[in-house]
Design a protein around this ligand. Sequence first.
Ligand code: NDP
Length: 250
Amino acid sequence: MSSNRILLVTGASRGIGASIARLAAKRGYDVAINYAGNEAAAKAVVEDIKKEGRRGIAVKGNMGNPRDIANLFQEVDRQLGRLTDLVNNAGIMGFPSRVDALDPQTLKEVIDVNVTGAMLVVGEAIKRISTKHGGRGGTIVNMSSMAAVLGMAGDYVWYAASKGAMNSFTVGLAREVIGEGIRVNAVSPGLINTDIHASAGQPDRAERLKSVIPIGRFGEPGEVAQTVLYLMSDEASYVVGANVSISGGR
Ligand code: NDP
């Protein structure tokens, strides 16, 4: 099913992206991962991809920087060949604050990566995947968040809004490119056990909010990866423009 498929996962040296990259290799994809700076973590993911007998590469780059995005795609073209699938995963939160105390630099960085960069990444992917551009067709999965509908008052309203943009983007994009052989969907994880919470200064976040998650625990990156791989598979052939929540009922 996934033979000869070439997947790019942005932000995939750790967390949800790394889990998707590892599972994709098990399912037969060659995988390019992107990362921001943690070379050791990126190398470990590439090693695991190769252990599955697949080709794997890691390309450093800030997905909030258009030059780095262009370079990432050139490296994938050069080292792996023509892309067939994208998981548009890179995303950052910034430190929590109310909106009236929001640091303009934090806002800029979050929007640059989560909105502007994410859309530019998709544009580059379409140029490779779309049959209109001579590609073979394939899939795109955008990484949204339950934050988009929960709003995150007092914490990360701007982050929630950036993921709201991803939700609208997914609906329109899915309709724009389905006629060119690209199935676009999104996933909206709830609280997932990754470094993102500690990176934003809240290492105890998942533990603290456990009681508001109906299933009674936070999710694991592998639980998100399973859904993403399903959306990429032929089993999801009629799933277009969907946004699947993976949130333990929250
Ligand atoms: P992590 O913080 O655990 O992982 C971050 C990954 O992204 C690392 O590989 C890191 O690279 C890379 N990265 C960070 N900044 C950039 C950047 N500017 N450009 C490229 N790569 C970057 O994140 P998660 O796995 O938790 O989150 C992944 C996605 O899932 C994000 O879009 C997030 O918003 C979303 N999400 C997460 C939830 C959660 O509870 N964890 C819930 C809902 C959505 P390096 O290792 O080099 O630093």
